[in-house]
Ligand binder design. Structure first.
Ligand SMILES: *Cc1c(COP(=O)(O)O)cnc(C)c1O
Length: 417
């Protein structure tokens, strides 16, 4: 896809329509039900629904209602986690036995981070960066307390240089949830390998937006959520990854029966299951897994590189249009200027970000606010169009020029967005 505006002319709505016409992923939008009148730029928080998911969840309810307990076998609920892991693995650059789909990202992070730390028992440090997502930092602190080690937190740009022989695990969020800045995973992986440290990636804002390739990164363990770019639905089960080279020695700190090699033998002795499956703990969340399984169907035949290229094109269009249409209106780009250094999101700084976002949402442009001063916009590559980007910036520019955002109701604080 050509970079917008490279011919020196200012972009207009028609130019956006032309970019959409050339978009190889344009047809995929029809698989999603984006409500009419909404421009949805929050697919990085909660991905949009697909009608295929609605149908599948209805079918799963019938499997429950009609089949009752027989559906564990007849509807193959029992191996649903493995079937979903097999579908997800190619999006991670992983093999199916390296992936388990279960629990929440926070819980999975606890399990794999503690497990990874135990693979390096003679080292005292979990290294992370100051911009890591709060749950990741909380969990790392808890793991450190349990495992008798410490969390060392450094600035984002200082991570690679801070990796030394004291580090057991480098635990990072690949794409910064606030700014969209991306870590150089290969550089971190190489530095970790050289120092004998392990890497633990949180891919929540990466998978489904960028090329994730855990094999080529040399990643050791990883986690991520499926309700953002993967559109698995609110609270959808998360995933975890454990590289095959660790399957011999790695142990899950939660020895649940679903992580047992043979759960239905009801054995007195705990025997861990194969590979990443040993990190399953309890009964799978069948209804949520069914939704996720159906949601992942849309990725069949879509190349990760195509998705990343679309994300870059959309964020480029947004940054350029904000630059031209909102110049001098008090916005500041809080994301990296270079599209290769950011995920599928762009954040803008403004002291009145909260009220402006509420006003935008009132006009049908749904993004979100991150304290203290960020307007955050996500560009889910499968269903956001360039023309949506145009319309969103048009609304934003109009609000800022007219001052129409500054109304009492826009200043009220809500719990989410
Ligand atoms: C969204 C997100 C999570 C979510 O964690 P849950 O346990 O699924 O609520 C975790 N980490 C990062 C970096 C996220 O962006």
């Amino acid at each position: 896809m050509p970079a917008p505006g490279t011919d020196g002319t200012a972009m207009d709505r028609q130019a956006c329509t032309r970019l959409d016409a050339q978009d190889p992923l344009a047809g995929v939008r029809a698989c999603f039900s984006v409500p009419a009148g909404s421009i949805y730029l929050d697919g990085n928080s909660l991905g949009a629904l697909q009608p295929a998911v609605t149908r599948r969840v209805r079918a799963a309810l019938d499997e429950w209602g009609d089949g009752l307990i027989r559906s564990w076998n007849d509807a193959r609920w029992v191996d649903l986690p493995q079937r979903v892991a097999t579908r997800l693995a190619p999006l991670l650059g992983a093999r199916p036995d390296e992936v388990a789909v279960t629990d929440s990202t926070s819980v999975n992070l606890f399990k794999v981070l503690l497990a990874a730390r135990r693979l390096r028992p003679d080292r005292r440090v979990i290294l992370t960066d100051a911009s890591d997502f709060p749950t990741d930092r909380y969990v790392a602190g808890g793991v450190a307390d349990l495992a008798g080690c410490e969390v060392r937190t450094v600035a984002r740009d200082a991570v690679v240089d801070a990796i030394d022989e004291t580090v057991a695990v480098v635990a990072l969020t690949h794409v910064d949830y606030r700014t969209g800045a991306v870590h150089d995973a290969e550089a971190v992986g190489a530095a970790a390998r050289a120092a004998g440290a392990l890497t633990c990636w949180d891919l929540s804002h990466s998978t489904g937006a960028l090329v994730v390739d855990l094999a080529s990164w040399g990643a050791d363990v990883a986690v991520g959520c499926t309700y953002k770019y993967l559109s698995g639905g609110p609270g959808a089960p998360a995933y975890l990854y454990v590289a095959r080279r660790h399957h011999e020695g790695v142990e899950s700190p939660i020895r649940g029966w679903f992580g047992h090699a043979a759960p239905f033998d009801f054995d007195d002795r705990y025997v861990p299951g194969c590979g990443a499956d040993r990190f399953l703990a309890g009964t799978p969340a069948v209804l949520s897994l069914a939704a996720l399984d159906a949601a992942l169907g849309v990725w069949d035949g879509i190349a990760r590189s195509e998705v990343e290229a679309k994300a870059r094109a959309l964020t480029e269009t947004f940054v350029e249009l904000v630059g031209t249409r909102c110049e001098g209106l008090g916005l500041e780009l809080a994301s990296p200027r270079d599209p290769a250094c950011r995920g599928a999101q762009v954040s803008l700084r403004h002291p009145q970000a909260h009220a402006i976002m509420q006003a935008l949402i009132g006009r049908g442009v749904i993004g979100d606010f991150r304290p203290p001063d960020l307007l955050r916009f996500g560009f889910a590559p499968l269903y956001v169009r360039h023309v949506d980007v145009w319309d969103a910036v048009d609304a934003l520019a109009d609000l800022l020029v007219t001052g129409d955002w500054d109304r009492p109701e826009h200043h009220e604080r809500r719990t989410v967005t």
